[in-house]
Design a protein around this ligand. Structure first.
Ligand SMILES: [Zn+2]
Length: 94
């Protein structure tokens, strides 16, 4: 698993600065996430690309929601001409 401190932006993706590989994110299951203190938990929020904060997503496969999606963070341009943002490029992960 990537060290969160090593994540860098490269070529429009968030990648592991040590290996250059794209960082894989998972939907988080707050019930599995033993590192979340539940004080700023976003686990009850709706899934959306812009969501951030604890349990809006996780890097740790152990906390992955059953049947949840996985994705790479990719820089997207908003359709209304606003600032680019980190969206999702979904990938199939067994
Ligand atoms: Zn949480």
């Amino acid at each position: 698993m990537v060290d969160i401190n090593n994540i860098v932006s490269r070529g429009g993706y968030l990648v592991d600065g040590a290996t250059g590989e794209k960082v894989l994110f998972y939907e988080c299951d707050p019930r599995k996430n033993t590192e979340c203190n539940r004080e700023m938990c976003r686990g009850d929020g709706a899934e959306d690309e812009g969501g951030f904060g604890f349990c809006s997503k996780t890097l740790d496969p152990r906390f992955r929601k059953d049947g949840g999606k996985a994705w790479y963070a990719v820089l997207k341009t908003s359709e209304d001409g606003g600032e680019p943002y980190w969206g999702r490029e979904y990938v199939e992960v067994v």
